[in-house]
Design a protein. Structure first.
Length: 200
């Protein structure tokens, strides 16, 4: 009889553990949470990245030396990728043109990439200290170049104050990288159009 009671007790305990494991919530945070949403299909359609790929929050194309500054740029790249998933944001590729008056969307199409893939293939490095003595935050080395020089300390401060501004700057430099000139249009106008059309 005692053996039966012991067996029943152990069985009940085992059943309770199984049930607890079945209904216990799974707690994830940060990027783990984002990855979990993508894997389970609960990621927002509004923010779905182009090409069906989740934007990488720890972007490896941020190559700045200081960890804090590198992280700020990586966060901005991730946010910019989410904004570029919006149709109205991508409309900027039709609005802006290169030096030959070719829409930037056509430039991108000729390279057989979507906006998210192109952003993945841009590289962000430290700017020369002398270039950061003025008001510069970041700048492409030239139209068509995928190398962007960033004033890391100032950029990190901008991201801390307004992530929207930092993310808009990444998109701004992507447009220049695709061939968009400046003056005209003015830098202020380009950024204002990005903030208008890429708001989430």
């Amino acid at each position: 009889m005692n053996e039966i009671k012991t067996w029943l007790s152990r069985s009940a305990t085992g059943l309770a553990l199984v049930l607890a494991a079945t209904v216990a919530p799974i707690v994830v945070s940060g990027q783990d949470a984002s990855d979990a949403l993508v894997q389970t299909g609960y990621a927002s359609e509004k923010a779905a990245p182009l090409g069906g790929k989740a934007p990488r929050k720890g972007a490896t194309n941020a190559r700045l030396r200081q960890p804090r500054e590198r992280m700020a740029v990586a966060e901005a790249i991730w946010g910019a990728a989410r904004r570029l998933a919006l149709a109205r944001c991508l409309g900027l590729l039709d609005e802006f043109v290169d030096a030959s008056r070719e829409p930037l969307r056509a430039v991108l199409t000729a390279q057989e990439m979507d906006a998210g893939e192109y952003l993945d293939r841009m590289f962000f490095y430290d700017a020369n200290p002398s270039d950061c003595e003025g008001t510069m935050l970041a700048g492409a080395t030239g139209p068509g170049s995928r190398v962007i020089r960033v004033c890391g300390r100032r950029f990190a401060r901008t991201m801390a104050e307004s992530s929207s501004q930092g993310e808009a700057l990444i998109i701004h430099e992507m447009l220049h990288s695709l061939g968009l000139g400046e003056n005209p249009p003015t830098s202020r106008y380009i950024t204002s159009r990005i903030l208008d059309e890429c708001r989430q």
